[in-house]
Design a protein around this ligand. Structure first.
Ligand code: DGL
Length: 271
């Protein structure tokens, strides 16, 4: 497949990026997609910028061997720590999830108080805050790293009372700051939307960067005249650097229309 029919490459540190895959395949139903989850080296959220950049470069090399026409960095942590370098190095359009998420949060907030929940590395990078304040210096961003939420989602406890208790513990401080908008700044958090909404109520708007990224990707493909016009059945290919079980488990839950789901293992250190 070449040109407009070439696939879009989406990568993440593991299974969470399937929330981005879901929005992309819903929004761009003609597109062929290659998904890579770095299940051997997850989590990225506690790793250094140097390590996350090295991993991201290897994955980009792998995706290029799959002939992708554009790359979506589905991982918030990799978007925060590696995207600016990838954009300079890669001769393909590259899109991350942080910019689209930050832009929509600025549009949504009325009282200019925005909450961010993300991994430790994303929070530490300060990128969401810089982008938001670059759009509107009147905005204040209150950030909270929530490392326990990733394993709870991977365990499948997305509706569990224990997870709700953890959410209360993490988000209590943000509620006290009177935020009216909360960015779900990690691939896994959209799967906790129900519990987060239960705790925060309706007065706080939730921003899912995955949703905004899919829309930005569509605009980008339109502008570059890269959208696939073919109405043929799209092809989805899934790869992982280690265990393929988690990807299959989450895919069965959130991508029920993706039939014949199979995941191939890749030795990513070779790229
Ligand atoms: N995919 C990561 C993110 O969105 C979460 C999991 C990890 O720490 O690798 O930041």
């Amino acid at each position: 497949m070449t040109g407009k029919e070439a696939p879009i490459g989406i990568f993440d540190s593991g299974i969470g990026g399937l929330t981005v895959f879901r929005e992309v395949y819903r929004n761009l139903p003609n597109e062929n997609i290659v998904y890579f989850g770095d299940t051997a080296r997850v989590p990225y959220g506690s790793k250094s910028p140097e390590t996350v950049l090295r991993y991201s470069r290897q994955i980009v090399h792998f995706l290029k061997t799959c002939g992708v026409k554009a790359i979506v960095v589905a991982c918030n942590t990799a978007s925060a720590l590696a995207l600016d370098v990838l954009e300079q190095e890669v001769d393909l359009p590259v899109l991350g999830v942080v910019k689209p998420g930050a832009a929509v949060a600025c549009e949504m907030t009325k009282n200019r108080k925005i909450g961010l929940i993300a991994t430790e590395s994303t929070v530490k990078s300060g990128l969401y805050e810089r982008l938001i304040r670059g759009i509107d210096p009147a905005d204040t961003v209150y950030s909270k790293a929530c490392p326990l939420l990733v394993p709870l989602v991977e365990e499948g406890w997305t509706e569990d009372p224990i997870t709700l208790e953890v959410i209360k513990r993490y988000l209590g401080g943000l509620l006290e700051k009177d935020i009216d908008t909360l960015i779900l700044g990690c691939t896994h958090y959209p799967l906790l939307r129900g519990l987060i909404r239960k705790y925060l109520g309706d007065s706080v708007s939730l921003v899912n960067p995955a949703y905004e990224t899919a829309r930005t990707l569509e605009r980008m493909l339109d502008e570059l005249d890269l959208k696939n016009p073919s109405a043929a059945e799209p092809v989805y290919r899934f790869y992982a650097s280690d265990s393929t079980d988690g990807i299959r488990r989450i895919a069965e839950r959130i991508l029920p229309d993706c039939m014949d789901f199979s995941v191939q293992a890749v030795s990513i250190e070779e790229y």
